[in-house]
Design a binder for this molecule. Structure first.
Ligand SMILES: [Zn+2]
Length: 144
């Protein structure tokens, strides 16, 4: 089913997102801990750069997987294959298109014809919009 995102990609998407959150969380945690006095522990202080690098790397890998899961290998630009990119991105573009349709639908609803609105008849020779009940054009006088 090309319109649906495959389970494998969903796993990548959510797993990547989790990794990203975990990596950023670990980074913030260690940074906060260091600021709050954790740096006084000599061993921890020495390990800090490595821990921070690792947590950022985990977050980056997570973010990467997240993008691949959401847009597919080709859609994320890792494989240069326009046809496959279009296929990979289809669920995404469909989603965006759907949201656009929703927005247009809302606009249509707000602009829909109200019950009391009068119907106008266009005069064929001159194009003037006349009231529904008029027999002759208000502008040029020809019969409608
Ligand atoms: Zn007319």
């Amino acid at each position: 089913m090309p319109d649906q995102i495959s389970t494998r990609r969903k796993v990548l998407y959510y797993g990547g997102g989790l990794l990203m959150v975990a990596g950023i969380g670990a980074f913030m945690f260690y940074m906060g801990w260091g600021m709050l006095g954790g740096f006084e522990d000599h061993e921890l202080k020495e390990r800090m750069p490595a821990v921070m690098l690792t947590s950022m790397a985990i977050a980056m890998v997570g973010g990467f997987l997240n993008v691949i899961g959401g847009k597919g290998l080709a859609g994320a630009g890792l494989i240069l294959d326009p046809d496959r990119a279009r296929k990979d991105l289809k669920p995404y573009s469909k989603m965006a298109g759907g949201m656009l349709e929703d927005a247009l639908e809302n606009r249509d609803l707000s602009q829909s014809v109200s019950p009391g609105e009068t119907i106008k008849i266009r005069c064929r020779p001159c194009g003037w919009l006349n009231d529904e009940e008029s027999n002759f054009c208000h502008e040029c006088g020809k019969p409608i």
